[in-house]
Design a protein around this ligand. Structure first.
Ligand SMILES: [Zn+2]
Length: 486
């Protein structure tokens, strides 16, 4: 057997001002054939797992290129086309193949392409013909278009959010592919459109229980090979945005469709109950002041660079400044220009500085202060689990009892080590203001006296009912109360 594998992935927030080109992929992950590191990244596990599986089976794995860019705004048209054509050229050269196993994200959007993955998969199908197995692993924060579903045999999406299971799901993908190639099963994909869009953290109920049931059904239901929830991605303004259920069965399309519908209707019945409760900036600061001890963590949940925003909103900081509150550390505010100015001024300098809120509307106003440049660090890094996340050249500035870390590489606040990397002891401050939706929780909960989830400003289109979509469908909840009556 000859199997071709490759990866092309990013998550595009079409409302983000951070347009990206090839450099964004090269900065995050760009590996030519055979150069992918031994450790998988979020959307490239089909390559590393494929190496193990093909070695075990004695099959030939032909590796194409693997590219991943951190979440941001639209991809330049030529960048997408170059990366796509690179993979298609490699596939053409590898022909004939018995299967194509891809690592995708599923929420890419490029200038001129609302459905890049559909475009890529349709071109893959055109090269290999109708009888070759084509499958891919997806992030659940993706758009499941009809074009994609028609071009591929099946998809497997991560079940967990946070996505702790991306390697396990790549194993599921390969295990189904191997059995299909051996002629043991015929994977068929059934899709149900839940007519909704929501956010579904699996770290809490009710999604925890729902996902646990999916694991159970995969074991107990005869003929069911894989069940996935495509959560959808509300920051992607594309025509087929929304939540879907995928059931992959062994040749039982009707039973798969019925199961997908049953699960989809259950999910719809739970709409609006999945998210952690959030407060606005005034209530967040009130709650932080009322806490007897620190550090109280205020998470600016929607200005999360991990969701493609700039990460330079100042709404909560302005609330703290306006009320004269001190003993605060802020990590981080993205402002490469301000960092450059601090670097030129040097440690110990006192300078007038304008910083933050320069990238997008509804993120507050730039802050103007006479600041002390306390510490400068080149190529700063914070811990993230077993690995490290870079946040670029960074400056610790201080004014009125408030310490702010300005960074030059967008990064969400994964870990309190972002403060210690700059010389700030996070446990010594009453209030820590950070930018992250969900990933921060594990590490910050270990030092926090209290955690407050704050929705401030509008850096991210987090209320689909009122988001000014131009392309996304409007026949789903919460844009309409009852989409089933339409
Ligand atoms: Zn995701």
């Amino acid at each position: 057997m000859r199997v071709f594998t490759a990866a092309l992935a990013t998550e595009t927030n079409t409302f983000s001002p951070i347009a990206i080109d090839r450099r964004a992929f090269e900065a995050s992950l760009y590996a030519r054939p055979g150069e992918h590191p031994a450790t998988p990244t979020l959307c490239t596990a089909p390559i590393t797992v494929g190496r193990e599986v093909c070695a075990q089976q004695g099959w030939t794995l032909i590796e194409g290129s693997a590219s991943w860019a951190d979440p941001a705004g639209l991809i330049a048209r030529t960048t997408y086309e170059e990366l796509r054509d690179e993979i298609l050229g490699q596939l053409q050269a590898a022909m004939p193949v018995d299967a194509v196993v891809l690592g995708l994200h599923g929420a890419m959007v490029a200038q001129g392409y609302d459905d890049p993955e559909g475009d890529l998969l349709a071109r893959v199908r055109a090269i290999v013909g109708p009888d070759v197995l084509v499958c891919a692993e997806l992030d659940p924060h993706s758009h499941l278009t009809a074009k994609r579903a028609a071009a591929a045999n099946f998809f497997v999406a991560f079940k967990e959010f946070p996505h702790t299971d991306f390697v396990d799901r790549a194993r599921d993908l390969w295990s189904i592919a191997v059995r299909a190639l051996k002629g043991e099963i015929t994977p068929l994909m059934s899709v149900f459109d839940c007519r909704m869009i929501d956010v579904f953290p699996t770290s809490k109920q009710p999604m925890r229980g729902f996902v646990d049931r999916l694991y159970g059904l995969e074991q107990s239901e005869p003929g069911v090979l894989s069940l996935s929830v495509i959560h959808g991605f509300m920051a992607g303004d594309v025509p087929e945005m929304g939540t879907k259920i995928i059931a992959v069965t062994d040749g039982k399309a009707e039973a798969g469709a019925a199961l997908a519908e049953k699960l989809g209707r259950e999910l719809f019945a739970l709409r609006g109950t999945f998210m952690v409760a959030q407060v606005d900036e005034k209530a967040a600061v009130d709650a932080a002041l009322a806490a007897p001890t620190g550090p109280v963590v205020i998470a600016d949940v929607w200005d999360n660079p991990g969701g493609g925003t700039a990460g330079d909103a100042t709404v909560i900081l302005a609330e703290l400044i306006g009320r004269g509150i001190s003993d605060v550390a802020v990590g981080t505010i993205w402002d490469p220009i301000a960092v450059q100015i601090c670097m030129a001024a040097g440690e110990g300098a006192q300078i007038p500085l304008r910083f933050g809120a320069k990238s997008a509307p509804h993120t507050g106003s730039p802050i103007d202060k006479l600041v002390m440049v306390k510490r400068l660090v080149h190529n700063a890094e914070m811990r993230f689990g077993e690995s490290f996340a870079p946040f670029g050249d960074a400056a610790w500035i201080s004014f009125d009892g408030i310490d702010v870390i300005l960074n030059s590489t967008r990064a969400q606040s994964f870990d309190p080590s972002l403060f210690s990397a700059m010389g700030i002891d996070p446990e010594s401050r009453k209030i820590l203001l950070i930018k992250s939706t969900n990933h921060f929780y594990d590490s910050f909960s270990k030092i926090a006296s209290q955690i407050i989830y704050c929705a401030a400003g509008k850096p991210y289109p987090n209320t689909p009912a009122t988001t000014p979509y131009r392309k996304a469908r409007r026949d789903i909840w919460p844009m309409v109360e009852n989409p089933w009556a339409l």
